[in-house]
Design a binder for this molecule. Structure first.
Ligand code: F6P
Length: 326
């Protein structure tokens, strides 16, 4: 493998709070270790369109506290094509970029894996997504901030739910994973969480209501993970209106609120550790791995594992939620 002199960095897919902290950490660790850094705008799209600029330490000043990504992000349809890969590779060569650090979620790391299987490009991935759905890492960058945002919102909804004695279904993001819904429910003291991981086995709504749901309470909050499997908050509310008309039901979809905001301390620290670890990984000759955290230790997770395996959800959390919502 040729010596790495210049590292390109990009953010891709859905943005997540803490991506800027990660960009800062990668840039500064790389410069500290003697590499040159180039910032690639708009993810893989910018690699194809040659939207690439030199990055110095001052390019990443004053960004650790900002949500979103200063590099912008995009989902590129062109990149996965043979022409897209070729164009991206040609631009890397033209710009003298020898290795890439890709910050993003499942789709972004899938893109990295495919690219690296066709071209001799060392790539290190950082898990940047609010969904927390990447296998091999306990946390993804942005997850903790989104969880705190959900908690903040649910606290407010609870005030009005209690005043009106209503049943609220609050839909949260997560793509096909229930981490935000389940831990958001525990953190906000919600009565239940409806998540895709167990929806195929039981009718969670019937179970919820038949188990004496609201026996002791006037208002109730149920967090619902967005997913065709759960039916989403709208679908569940419709069902309750038909099957249990005694409930006064309302729906709130938190949507992209969950993606914004200044990252929490935990996300900033995680992003700083992972960004720094990405450069260590390249110095050690690693390639095509995602940086993860497992039991508070930094680990290298091959792309094939991070994206292929479904990350299991801890069912004990569901039991805790049930126990605490009586
Ligand atoms: O992967 C992050 C995420 O916010 C998911 O939770 C959600 O399903 C999706 O992105 C929304 O994507 P978009 O911003 O393109 O609507």
């Amino acid at each position: 493998m040729a010596a790495i002199k210049t590292i390109g960095i990009l953010t891709s897919g859905g943005d997540a709070p803490g991506m800027n902290a990660a960009i800062r950490a990668v840039t500064r660790s790389a410069i500290f270790s003697g590499f040159k850094v180039k910032g690639i705008y708009r993810g893989y799209k910018g690699l194809i369109d040659d939207e690439i600029v030199d990055f110095h330490t001052q390019n990443v000043s004053n960004i650790i506290q900002q949500g979103g990504t200063i590099l912008k992000t995009a989902r590129s349809k062109e990149f996965p094509t043979p022409e897209g890969h070729q164009q991206a590779y040609d631009n890397m060569k033209k710009e003298g970029i020898d290795a890439l650090v890709v910050i993003g979620g499942d789709g972004s790391l899938t893109g990295a894996r495919q690219f690296a299987s066709e071209y001799d490009v060392p790539i290190i991935g950082l898990p940047g997504t609010i969904d927390n759905d990447l296998y091999g890492t306990d946390h993804t960058i942005g997850y903790d901030t989104a969880l705190n945002t959900i908690m903040w919102c649910v606290d407010r909804i609870r005030d009005t739910a209690t005043s009106h004695e209503r049943l609220f279904f609050i839909e949260v993001m997560g793509r096909n994973a229930g981490f935000l819904a389940l831990n958001g429910a525990i953190a906000s003291g919600a009565e239940a969480a409806i998540i895709p991981e167990i929806s195929t086995e039981v009718d969670q709504l019937a179970e919820l209501i038949q188990n004496g749901f609201r026996k002791t309470k006037n208002s109730s909050i149920v967090l619902v993970a967005e997913s065709p499997i759960t039916g989403g908050a709208m679908g569940l509310a419709e069902r309750v209106r038909k099957e249990y008309p005694q409930y006064d039901v309302r729906v709130t979809i938190l949507g992209h609120l969950q993606r914004g905001g200044s990252p929490t301390a935990q996300d900033r620290i995680l992003a700083s550790r992972m960004g720094s670890a990405a450069i260590d990984a390249l110095l050690e000759g690693q390639r095509n791995v995602m940086i993860g955290d497992a039991n508070d230790e930094i680990v290298y997770v091959p792309f094939s594992k991070a994206i292929k395996n479904d990350k299991p959800i801890d069912c004990d959390l569901l039991n805790i939620l049930r126990r605490l919502s009586i």
